[in-house]
Write a protein that binds this ligand. Structure first.
Ligand code: F6R
Length: 604
């Protein structure tokens, strides 16, 4: 879950590494450090975010170095446990992301051989192991070291004795090469070096690379040299900056008119009346599908739950949405089922494990992800890119709405394949989809109304979110957004479930956000609001502009407009995101980096 960067080239490595770590600190921010070869290997590391410790980092010359921003897994948050870790002679430095499962055994062996350990981390064992094997060639030592290591890793290493090269290797943790002119980069994320280059090479599991300013050598898991394809990333560096917004999360919420447009671009055509996906995806969808299993974690799981409603409404395929952390151990696997993994980062350990399990059982697999070249894209039989640009705020926002839209496009495609959808209907859906950015923009213009309600909620101790149908997963997502960034206890419920238990929690101190849409459950949800009010709780209803009934029942109203749009859930989601954001902002919470959370959960 940590962020790593390596640089070799002509620039001042200190500046490059610090800047890259600032862009990476959404991966982890409890400590940070850099090591640079300035004739000798020099290192600085400490507790705290890179922005806080930057001033203490001494000037170091040198154009080769590695950096790390940590999110603790093994060992407390201390200066000693921060990366980089060094060999005993302080000539080799490594940074690591992942978990070394057999580090205790290796550590004992190395201590017996005379190595002294300074930290409690599993990672330090890598530096000593390489040191133990090193005979003047870093890649050879790295290859031998990784043969002894069990676990998951992305490791980047430098050696004072070979000052013009960095060596990287990966297994189940992301590592990508940034290709420059007379300089090269190695990082856990593209955003780390996007300011300098958008040319990348993705490493696969087991691959090792040796990088100098002018050369890149890559070896497969059997140490055979391989040629890597260079790919161009279309993300803009501006996408990974705040552009005047106080927080990435707010910027990313405001990105949505554009990201909604991007996810549709090239995929819908009202002229040709088609939905188009890449060829491998089309093939997967055309196969006979008896059921679909959607696997994901967190917000992506809630997108998957919304997808169940969308696909089942338009096709006769049964959809089972399952938590990847459960599915990987207990899921049912059926050869004729299609497994769709949803993962913004493409690196979530549980989702990747679920995907691998599904594949081993002979299921066809499809991935929805935002990160080109991510591990998920390389495991699955096909993938669809969200095209949302980098998401930096820990709380997912723009990528959630893109995931739902893609699931709706999949529903439409399957419905066409099943000959359930007439061309008029499809045409209408496409026209409605094209109008979505307008409805999202409309919500963004109503932020003052949302701030007024946020003021009502800012001192709440408990907030419930309720909805029926697709509004149920939205309620779960609304509650997750609020709890993770404002630290207010929040729960989402299917509105019909309240009387089966949660009613016991309702008091005049509870606030309930009710999502009301004028569909077949309209009367029911109004009845639920009445029941809640009878228990003295406050109700904030989110309802359409044209709905004049709900305001007679609720205490406060938040409005959206979406015509008769099939994807009303998109503007409603934006209301929920802004509500969570403004409550957290009023409570002065660290919105982009909520406590104990990191953007990408690459360990189980
Ligand atoms: C919450 C959030 C997380 C992620 C989850 C899965 O705002 O962002 O719940 O959705 O960690 O991440 P991905 O989609 O990268 O697999």
């Amino acid at each position: 879950m940590c962020g790593i960067i390596g640089y070799v080239g002509f620039r001042d490595a200190r500046t490059v590494l610090i800047e890259s770590l600032k862009r990476l600190d959404y991966r982890g921010y409890d400590s940070a450090g850099i090591a640079i070869i300035d004739k000798k290997l020099k290192i600085f590391k400490d507790k705290g975010e890179i922005v806080k410790i930057e001033k203490q980092i001494p000037q170091m010359k040198g154009t080769t170095g590695v950096g790390h921003t940590r999110w603790a897994t093994h060992g407390a948050v201390t200066k000693e446990n921060a990366h980089p870790h060094l060999s005993c002679d302080k000539k080799i430095a490594i940074v690591h992301n992942g978990i070394i499962e057999n580090f205790n055994i290796l550590k004992e062996e190395l201590i017996k051989k005379g190595h002294t350990f300074l930290s409690d981390t599993d990672s330090e064992v890598i530096a000593h192991l390489i040191d133990d094997i090193y005979k003047g060639n870093l890649e050879e030592a790295m290859i031998a070291a990784t043969k002894k290591i069990k676990g998951s890793y992305a490791i980047v290493a430098i050696s004072q004795d070979e000052p013009l090269k960095i060596v990287g290797v990966r297994k189940e943790s992301p590592l990508v090469i940034g290709v420059g002119d007379s300089e090269n980069f190695l990082a856990s994320d593209i955003t780390a070096f996007l300011k300098y280059t958008n040319r990348v090479m993705f490493l696969n599991d087991g691959e090792l690379c040796v990088i100098t300013a002018n050369t890149i050598r890559v070896y497969d898991k059997n140490q055979r040299p391989i040629t890597k394809k260079e790919e161009l990333i279309t993300w803009d560096i501006k996408d990974s900056e705040k552009s005047g917004f106080p927080h990435f999360m707010l910027k990313e919420i405001y990105d949505q008119p554009e990201t909604v447009h991007h996810v549709l671009r090239g995929r819908i055509s009202e002229i040709e009346e088609t939905i188009t996906f890449p060829e491998q995806v089309e093939k997967l969808l055309k196969n006979e599908i008896t059921s679909i299993h959607i696997v994901a974690c967190g917000t992506s799981f809630y997108a998957g739950l919304a997808g169940k409603y969308l696909i089942e409404q338009l096709t006769n395929i049964s959809v089972f949405t399952e938590l990847a952390s459960e599915y990987r151990y207990f899921g049912t696997r059926n050869e004729n089922s299609l497994v769709i993994a949803i993962t913004q980062s493409g690196e979530t350990a549980d989702t990747l494990a679920a995907l691998r399990e599904a594949q081993l059982s002979g299921c066809r697999t499809l991935v929805i992800t935002n990160v080109i070249g991510s591990t998920a894209t390389r495991i699955a039989d096909g993938y669809i890119l969200q095209q949302s640009g980098p998401e930096i705020g820990v709380a997912a926002t723009k990528t959630f709405t893109s995931q739902i839209i893609l699931l709706f496009l999949i529903a439409l495609k399957l419905s066409i394949i099943q000959k359930k959808l007439g061309s008029n209907e499809l045409y209408n859906y496409i026209v409605q989809l094209k109008a979505l950015p307008r409805y999202v923009r409309d919500i963004l213009q109503r932020s003052n109304d949302i701030i007024a309600i946020a003021k009502q909620l800012k001192d709440a101790t408990s907030v419930f979110f309720i909805g029926r149908g697709i509004n149920y997963p939205l309620s779960l997502e609304g509650a997750l957004k609020l709890k993770e960034i404002s630290y207010i206890h929040a729960e989402g419920f299917a509105a019909g479930e309240l009387k089966h238990g949660p009613f016991a929690l309702l008091t005049d101190e509870t606030s309930v956000v009710a999502i009301v849409t004028q569909d077949e459950t309209y009367e029911k949800i109004l009845a639920n609001i009445g029941e809640i009010k009878a228990r003295g709780s406050k109700v904030i209803a989110i309802a359409e502009d044209k709905d004049s009934e709900t305001e007679k029942h609720a205490d406060f109203m938040l409005r959206f407009s979406a015509g008769s749009h099939v994807l009303q859930c998109i503007p409603i989601t934006v209301v929920l995101q802004l509500l969570a954001y403004h409550v957290a902002h009023l409570r002065k919470c660290p919105i982009d980096k909520p406590r104990n959370l990191a953007k990408s959960v690459t360990v189980e």
